[in-house]
Design a protein around this ligand. Structure first.
Ligand code: URA
Ligand code: SF4
Length: 225
């Protein structure tokens, strides 16, 4: 797909107002790439402003596309079980995706997930940056290569930098600056039929725990009341 006049990227749809409600409303009308045409709706992030831990997935799946909420399908259930096993209250997380419309191909009646391309990831990045500016998380944890490469460039390899404390590259810097981290996508664990499946799940839980160390206490201290 080539980027044409009708698919200029999300930037021109992003309002100056950084309230999450304003961003979400504006994103529902985004035509920054061609994905809005076939998907049911924009699936914007979900969670509270100031949530200390932002989790960034790839794109909504079939369930998310229909419900309009991220991480409500099988990958989301696995993610939320892993958060529970890591001792992280989901209320401390803001959950979103690098790309906000579902990309799929139809095979009979089924809609099969298609990985978003670089053009779509780049087109949708302004929403993700706006969410980071709005929520002001302390840590942004990228789940999988698509999310990590949205923020860190297409040469970034999760396997080489998993669990490291990273920084947003200079052109994307936001105030206050969050710590950036990357791990695998929960879908990789759903597909994992290897004998290391349990171990791989445990490493994912460890990454969630590592990303959240110290955050919950800070968040509670900063809540009014
Ligand atoms: N996979 C994702 O990356 N995001 C979702 O919201 C659901 C599944
Ligand atoms: Fe806009 Fe992102 Fe949807 Fe493309 S995927 S139309 S950039 S919200």
């Amino acid at each position: 797909m080539r980027r044409g006049v009708d698919e200029p990227g999300a930037q021109q749809f992003v309002p100056a107002d950084r309230r999450l409600s304003s961003l979400k409303r504006a994103a529902s009308d985004c035509r920054g790439c061609a994905l809005y045409e076939d998907a049911t709706q924009t699936v914007f992030g979900q969670g509270k402003p100031q949530a200390p831990l932002m989790l960034v997935g790839e794109q909504p799946g079939d369930y998310e596309d229909q419900e309009g909420v991220p991480f409500v399908g099988p990958a989301g259930r696995l993610l939320n079980r892993a958060l529970d096993d890591a001792g992280i209250d989901p209320a401390l997380t803001y959950q979103t995706n690098a790309v906000k419309h579902f990309k799929f191909k139809r095979v009979g009646k089924r809609r099969i997930h298609e990985k978003p391309g670089r053009i779509e990831v780049v087109a949708c990045q302004p929403w993700l940056i706006a969410e980071i500016e709005s929520v002001q998380p302390q840590v942004v944890l990228c789940l999988g290569a698509t999310a990590a490469q949205s923020l860190l460039g297409s040469a970034f390899r999760v396997t080489a930098h998993r669990g490291e404390r990273l920084r947003l590259p200079a052109p994307l810097q936001v105030e206050p600056e969050p710590v950036l981290m990357a791990t695998i996508h929960p879908s990789a664990l759903l597909r994992d039929r290897s004998e290391r499946r349990e171990e791989n799940y445990a490493s994912f839980v460890d990454d969630l725990r590592g990303a959240s160390t110290g955050l919950a206490a800070m968040f509670r201290e900063n809540q009014p009341g």
